[in-house]
Design a binder for this molecule. Structure first.
Ligand SMILES: Nc1nc2c([nH]c(=O)n2[C@H]2C[C@H](O)[C@@H](COP(=O)(O)OP(=O)(O)OP(=O)(O)O)O2)c(=O)[nH]1
Length: 240
């Protein structure tokens, strides 16, 4: 019986750390057109790290530095006939530019675009950890404020159960008149409507950051007269 091969894959991060490189396979037929983190099999007497650097050199013609191995691994192969295990590490390019030699396309994907391509099955468990590495975009977060820690934590648990991120923290002192009763905040990437339902349920409120004034709703400027206005007096009649 063949021992399952270890396949190493690289989540190559862009220089600003906000995007990851996805690559589209061209073979075998059943995987062609689907997306993966580039990489390949670890050879005998090779460390996973050395294999990853070698594979990326061969496939993309650039030199990478391996940063961190991500938690977990997934099985490669059809159910019941596992042919290998996939592990993945974050990495950065230290020389050259990634240009596909074996893949027919590569794409830089931000956290919010990760679900826009058809990943090979074994890569999918790495997408959530990757979303965290890439960071949730600032503008996509909304905050709910709760008086009670229990309410905040239970709202956060509901959000996480539904697949959103949720960060609970204690609000800071607001100033001199502030008392001990600081509310709790829950910051999430869930849509505002989802959080709104939870704050209603838990007696909290939404914290909507004040944006710049919206010009589109500014009132039309009032037209000022150029000359003194003539006030028409009622005609009182000239008498006789
Ligand atoms: N490289 C890579 N392979 C993956 C991923 N996900 C996944 O299921 N696989 C599968 C596809 C292949 O069956 C196997 C790795 O094959 P490969 O063709 O990339 O590896 P390799 O360069 O060492 O292949 P070889 O031509 O030397 O045999 O793992 C992934 O994210 N990256």
């Amino acid at each position: 019986m063949n021992t399952p091969k270890t396949v190493v894959a690289a989540a190559i991060l862009s220089a600003d750390g906000k995007q990851v490189l996805a690559a589209r396979r061209t073979f075998p037929a059943e995987a062609a057109g689907r997306w993966e983190l580039p990489g390949g099999k670890v050879e005998e007497s090779e460390t996973p790290e050395a294999a990853l650097v070698r594979e990326i050199g061969e496939e993309l013609g650039c030199l990478i530095e391996v940063l961190d191995w991500m938690q977990g691994e997934s099985a490669i192969g059809a159910a019941g006939s596992t042919t290998g295990r996939l592990i993945a590490a974050t990495a950065r390019v230290v020389a050259g530019e990634p240009r596909p030699r074996e893949h027919d396309q590569v794409l830089w994907l931000a956290a919010e675009d990760l679900d826009s391509v058809d990943w090979l099955e074994p890569d999918r468990p790495f997408l959530d950890p990757l979303r965290h590495v890439l960071g949730v975009p600032e503008e996509a977060t909304v905050r709910g404020i709760f008086f009670d820690e229990d309410d905040a934590r239970s709202a956060a648990a509901t959000l996480e159960r539904e697949g959103w991120t949720a960060k609970v923290s204690r609000e800071r002192y607001q100033g001199e008149d502030d008392d001990e009763d600081h509310p709790w905040s829950v910051e999430t990437d869930a849509p505002e409507l989802v959080l709104e339902l939870l704050v209603d349920e838990h007696d909290g409120w939404l914290d909507i950051p004040e944006g710049p004034p919206d010009d589109s709703i500014a009132p039309e400027p009032v037209e000022l007269p150029d000359n003194p206005k003539r006030i028409k007096r009622p005609d009182l009649g000239s008498g006789s």
